[in-house]
Design a protein around this ligand. Structure first.
Ligand SMILES: Cc1ncc(COP(=O)(O)O)c(C=O)c1O
Length: 444
């Protein structure tokens, strides 16, 4: 952060005061929640100071909070809400079938898990797949598989990488306190720096203990920063050269292309991890890829790895996920939808040119950044380190909420299917008005 800018702080204090005045019921609910949940929270990202807004319902692509405000949902539950808040008729029918005709907690192998698995394999070009309950679990099990396959332990990851609640690498030397097996991760300091990545992979492999390289093809939580094709392919080659398993985390990015971003970019990962919308709105995760690696999980083989999980094949997600992927988010829909996201981002870039606001992303995922010099083409968190303007980002967040647009405070947009074009135009106008209203603070 740069030195406090008093005009920015005044604008921010005024916006926060309006937020408090406009949301008494959310504030009251927060106080109540803090009586049973630490800080009133059970999903850290959702905490915002002075208090989070409490949402009481969603419909289509809109949300309503306790105080009765209506928002266009541009956060899309951090990409998991791709299908919208009102279940598509196909997903609704699948859910009702699972409830009425199949039942819950069968505690047994079912036909539907095979159908969903076969669909995931065909769509994302996986030879074998296994289900889990979240993206975090998918990554944990993928890494366990890579370790068992190679007989090695260490894993190379990238600064700014996020692979789940217990696998978070915000920056170099900044491993989150709850990250598991911290000593076994080696962090590449800069995303999109191929030479740096190669050097780290080679160094990490030198001791003969490098099991895997784990990477996102677009860093999602790290700012929606796309990996350059040459970089991603180069990292894959570096991993291959030392016999490490190349794991592509597609928990966020599988939505970005008809068969996932890895296929689109020709990355040929050894393993892929999946999650979010692929449960059709229910909790879900999956990991899969090369049959020889996934065979470490084949229970027919002596010495295989256990992959337990009471809800891995729960009947609800197996049915809703299958319906979502086969009937709603088809490859054709994915292509059109992501083109719409690209068009939106390009319009936002034009509106923000010459200001401290810039946009990154690919397709239906967009990141927004406020920097002192308005850096465009951001390639990594390191690239803008020390230049970020958290005060302006917070001001933007408060004022977008006031204007009826729900985005995450850190500046993440994940479009939802069916978002009306005119409402996206309204968002572009709101951004433009914000930049005009605060031109003294925003102009570079
Ligand atoms: C790239 C990536 N991997 C893994 C995860 C973890 O998924 P989940 O929240 O379902 O555990 C996330 C969640 O945001 C993610 O963005």
């Amino acid at each position: 952060m740069t030195a406090p800018n008093t005009a920015a702080q005044r604008a921010l204090a005024a916006a926060e005061a309006r937020f408090i005045a406009n949301n008494p019921l959310s504030q009251k609910q927060h106080t109540l929640a803090a009586g049973s949940l630490p800080g009133g929270n059970t999903r850290s990202l959702l905490h915002t100071s002075p208090f989070p807004l409490t949402v009481n319902r969603g419909q289509g692509t809109h949300l309503w909070d306790e105080d009765g405000h209506r928002y266009l949902d541009l956060a899309g539950d951090l990409s998991a809400g791709l299908l919208g808040h009102t279940p598509h008729p196909a997903v609704r029918a699948a859910l009702l079938t699972a409830l009425d005709a199949v039942g819950l907690n069968l505690g047994a192998t079912t036909v539907q898990e095979e159908r969903h698995a076969a669909l995931l394999c065909a769509r994302f070009r996986l030879e074998r797949v296994r289900m889990a309950n979240s993206g975090t679990e998918a990554n944990l099990h993928a890494l366990a598989g890579a370790r068992a396959f190679t007989g090695r332990r260490r894993v190379v990851v990238f600064a700014g990488g996020y692979h789940g609640g217990v696998l978070s690498f915000p920056g170099v030397g900044e491993v989150r306190g709850n990250t598991v097996d911290v000593a076994e991760f080696v962090v590449v300091p800069r995303y999109n720096d191929l030479e740096g990545a190669k050097a780290v992979v080679q160094r990490a492999a030198a001791g003969g203990d490098l099991a895997a390289v784990l990477i996102e093809a677009v860093q999602g939580a790290g700012g929606v920063i796309p990996g350059m094709e040459g970089f991603l392919r180069g990292v894959r080659e570096a991993a291959r050269a030392v016999g490490a398993v190349f794991v592509l985390d597609e928990v966020m990015t599988s939505r970005l292309a008809p068969n996932g971003l890895g296929v689109e970019l020709g990355l040929e990962p050894d393993l892929v991890t999946l999650g979010k919308y692929l449960g059709g709105g229910l909790t879900f995760g999956a990991f899969g890829g090369r049959a020889d690696i996934m065979a470490v999980y084949d229970p027919r083989l002596a010495g295989s790895l256990a992959h337990s999980g009471t809800f891995n094949n729960n009947t609800l997600a197996m049915h809703t996920g299958y319906a979502a992927l086969s009937e709603v988010y088809t490859p054709e829909v994915s292509a059109v939808f992501n083109a719409k996201g690209d068009a939106l981002r390009e319009q936002l870039v034009v509106v923000a040119r010459g200001t401290r606001l810039s946009f990154t992303g690919r397709g239906s995922l967009i990141g927004l950044h406020f920097t002192e010099d308005g850096t465009e083409q951001i390639q990594s968190g390191e690239h803008i380190k020390g230049k970020e303007r958290g005060d302006l980002r917070d001001l933007f967040w408060f004022e977008m909420l006031e204007a009826g647009f729900w985005i995450t405070r850190r500046g993440f947009i994940a479009l939802m299917l069916g978002t009306p074009d005119e409402e996206l135009d309204g968002f572009i106008q709101a951004v433009s008005k914000f930049l005009d209203r605060h031109s003294d603070l925003m102009t570079v």
